[in-house]
Design a protein around this ligand. Structure first.
Ligand SMILES: [Zn+2]
Length: 173
């Protein structure tokens, strides 16, 4: 039936953001089992899985309540299921800051004050019950290791800048 789709194009910005994320994830813990996923739904007091922030039934991803760049981990107690609009709106923010934003198009204007409180309280309860306590990055590593990580991060950022420059120059020709 008809012709196949045009070959898919890989977006360079997507590749770069994935690379940045991989670097950040190096510093974080990562252990999240299928059983723990079910426990999250239980502790959020949900009958069926739904977006922890807004209640949408169609789920897109597991979101870090405390983002990795702020010392969060990919573990039980720091992850909640979210829909695609919450996922793309929250980005790298702490969940408390993002949930109570008042800007136009914010969660508050989308679901209303009362629902916002309900969702926030459920999440807070889940975090408490999970016993998860993020470890600040300064306490995770020795000073030497932190210096090394910092150096590597800077080297990669300079590499990315060169890459951007290379791409924009190639486009001109
Ligand atoms: Zn949502």
């Amino acid at each position: 039936m008809g012709l196949p789709n045009t070959p898919q194009r890989t977006n360079i910005n997507f590749v770069i953001s994935t690379l940045k994320r991989a670097i950040k994830e190096e510093i974080a813990d990562r252990r999240f089992t299928p059983r723990q996923k079910e426990q999250v739904i239980q502790l959020l007091q949900l009958k069926n899985p739904e977006c922890a922030y807004c209640g949408e039934a169609k789920l897109k991803a597991w979101d870090h309540l405390l983002p990795i760049k702020n010392g969060g981990d990919t573990v039980f107690g720091n992850l909640v299921p979210v829909c695609s609009s919450c996922n793309s709106s929250k980005k790298d923010r702490n969940y408390q800051d993002w949930m109570f934003r008042t800007a136009e198009g914010s969660l508050r204007t989308r679901i209303g004050e009362e629902n916002l409180r309900i969702h926030f309280n459920r999440i807070s309860e889940y975090v408490v019950q999970s016993g998860y306590k993020p470890t600040p990055i300064q306490l995770r590593f020795t000073k030497r290791k932190l210096k090394l990580l910092d150096k590597r991060q800077k080297a990669i950022e300079s590499l990315l800048r060169k890459l951007h420059l290379f791409i924009s120059e190639s486009k001109k020709k």
